[in-house]
Design a protein around this ligand. Structure first.
Ligand code: BDP
Length: 332
């Protein structure tokens, strides 16, 4: 497998990783597994990733050892995808949302209302569709060892409740880096700006964007609730997250170690899902107590109908999505 990057971009990525790890880790650097993470301490993804690498170290007698770099200090999520592909980092935990560019099949999980609820997403991802997506990622240098939860994403904004699709008209929304989400907002008559997570707080505060969309825990941990105080429960996206490893790092492990590391990953996903359910509830309560104005959506079908054109466009751009959509819809 050959992945090409412009020399300058790749140089920047490698410099970033080398500097960050040199600061934190001076001995046995060759053996260190560097883990990328966007979230801060105590977040369910963070705790699960830390538990994974600790367990992997234990069960392999230190043959796999490393640490998790929180708060996206190793670069943005788009950077992390490329760093996994070239083996500059060894593992990461993140939303599959921005992965559509690198692995087009994965865009199926970014289609609005594709999953009925969290349980449905679990059944799909823990079954054959999850395996197929993992295979597609593997061809691009990234392997998913386990699926994590990312809850359901809803709109939040600074000026008014979103009750119907018409309320999105003319509003500027931040989306994750993926053209599909731009189409999703445009289908509602809004304007979308793809932007790194780290820039959203300031952009909401200064009016560069009017709103964004995310699950309760991220709305809480990013402090976006302080500056965008209307949260409207559209739940238009349920996007799985992954504990992913670099195929380059994976291939250096013995088959026996691969079995052990995979088990550590699966165990960490059990932990993450438990922590997620708890945190989802805690974050919801916390932001509501802080004064967030929250509304349910009376007619969710109005949103899914308005967003339907996104499906046709996605299939047109990537015909292989058609069969993935059908497979997901056929899972009860
Ligand atoms: C969070 C995901 C994280 C994304 C972030 C975002 O856990 O991976 O980067 O949303 O909106 O819910 O960028």
């Amino acid at each position: 497998m050959i992945i090409k990057f412009p020399a300058k971009k790749l140089g920047n990525l490698l410099a970033l990783v080398t500097t960050a790890s040199a600061v934190a880790f001076s001995s046995a650097a060759n053996a260190e597994w560097k883990g990328w993470n966007i979230h801060n301490t105590d977040y369910p993804v963070t705790v699960a990733l830390e538990s994974f690498i600790k367990e992997a170290d234990k069960v392999t007698n230190g043959r796999v050892n490393g640490r998790v770099y929180n708060g996206a200090v190793l670069g943005s999520q788009s950077d992390s995808i490329q760093m996994l592909q070239v083996g500059a980092i060894q593992f990461a935990g993140f939303s599959l949302g921005p992965m559509g560019d690198a692995v087009p099949e994965v865009n199926v999980v970014s289609l609005p209302f594709i999953f009925k609820n969290l349980d449905h997403m679990h059944r799909v991802m823990d079954g054959s569709v999850g395996d197929k997506l993992s295979k597609a990622m593997e061809k691009k240098g990234i392997m998913s060892l386990a699926w994590y939860d990312g809850g359901a994403r809803s709109f939040y904004n600074t000026s008014k409740p979103i009750q119907t699709p018409a309320d999105v008209k003319g509003e500027k929304f931040r989306v994750m880096n993926n053209e599909l989400y731009v189409g999703m907002i445009e289908a509602l008559g809004g304007n979308a700006t793809p932007m790194a997570y780290s820039e959203v707080y300031q952009s909401l505060k200064t009016g560069v964007v009017d709103g964004a969309e995310n699950n309760w825990p991220s709305y809480d941990s990013s402090n976006h609730y302080e500056v965008a105080t209307y949260y409207s429960l559209t739940q238009h996206l349920i996007i799985p997250e992954c504990l992913c490893v670099s195929v380059a790092a994976w291939n250096r492990l013995s088959p026996a170690d691969q079995v052990l590391v995979k088990k550590a990953a699966r165990d960490s996903s059990q932990l993450q899902r438990k922590l997620w359910a708890k945190r989802d509830e805690e974050s919801r309560k916390k932001v509501l107590a802080a004064g967030v104005k929250f509304n349910e959506i009376k007619d969710k079908k109005a949103f899914s109908d308005a967003m339907k054109p996104v499906y046709a466009k996605a299939v047109q751009d990537n015909p292989s999505l058609k069969s993935f959509i059908e497979q997901i819809q056929s899972v009860d």
